[in-house]
Design a protein around this ligand. Sequence first.
Ligand code: PLP
Length: 386
Amino acid sequence: MSAICQVLHQEGSWAEVVSHFEYEKARRLGVPGERIIFNGPHKPRPILERALAEGAHMHVDHLDELATIESIARDRGVPAPIALRLNFDTGFTEPWSRFGFNLESGQAHAAIAAVTASPHLRLVGLHSHIGTFILDPRAYAAQVKILCTLMQEIETVDDTRLDYIDIGGGLPSRNTLHGTYLPPEQAVPDLDEYAEAICTAFLDGTAYRLERGAARPRLIFESGRAVIDDAQVLIASVVGRKPLPGGAPAVMLDAGINLLFTAFWYNHQVSLAAPARGEPRETVLYGPLCMNIDVVRASVQLPPLVPGDQLVISPVGAYNNTQWLQFIEYRPAVVMIHPGQQVSVIRRAEDIDSVCEHDLLPARLGNTGAEGTAPPSNPIALRRAS
Ligand SMILES: Cc1ncc(COP(=O)(O)O)c(C=O)c1O
């Protein structure tokens, strides 16, 4: 959401984007190309051309993309600085192999050789994103060590200097994954432990630079969910109740997985907006969709609720507004509370006009407006047209 991105940019954060749309959004918010990191497996040629011209940090995912960038650079007559996205086994995380070039199989070295052999490309960085909600800081230490070792190898063979390594995101937020029984304060290590692991490995892994009389490269970290999850809550209202066959109370809310995609993997905290009445019981919280999967919490201790009661669901700042669905229901307004408690609407609630804004109704389906075309009078033509 633009206002949220803008707070982060005002605080000095760069933009990390993974699509044409996200690149355009960052530029519209005033982020200059040189403060944009462009990841993602799908970067169509027109946006690659723009991003290269604007000096964005290009992180190449596969050889076809590399070939497109090389051809753009050839056309422009200016070598393109690029970083390669890599994947490998840290020994502490489930290896992800679908993004970037695999190290163990030799793909990464082949890509490095292709870049260094091209007069139109210049290798300036190495990137990897080893996973998400990583609960073991040692995974980052292993990742940094692997990247620094590779960087040293490249610099020794080619007598070049890379500008940076980027270690992606993946820090956990203060949320509770399904199947985790400890509260986040106990299950999630302190951020300082990650910083310690990352910086120690980086200082060790880049010490060779100092021995060669050069400065250390830059270390880039993509802050991801950890920086934003705690910043948002969802306020939902009770719309109805029913006892389930086993006797457990079930409560229907006006917000479900349409707004709370992360309910698929988190047990969010749920608290009452007003003081509780009565004894808490194990309660099921359902959303408003006609879908059996629309479960906000499968079991949570709550006192008896009545229609109109409001629940505060938190933290919901990461991967919800970005993945929410316009499915069955309108999506609600989002407000930002500023220092000093002033409130601004930062996204309007949807209505029938905004939801249907992109729909077109062909004339033969009842559109009498100017943009429709008349339905064919010949029924055979009508069948062919359908
Ligand atoms: C390249 C890259 N960087 C950063 C992130 C942010 O990840 P997280 O929210 O786990 O920190 C992602 C998420 O998929 C990603 O693909």
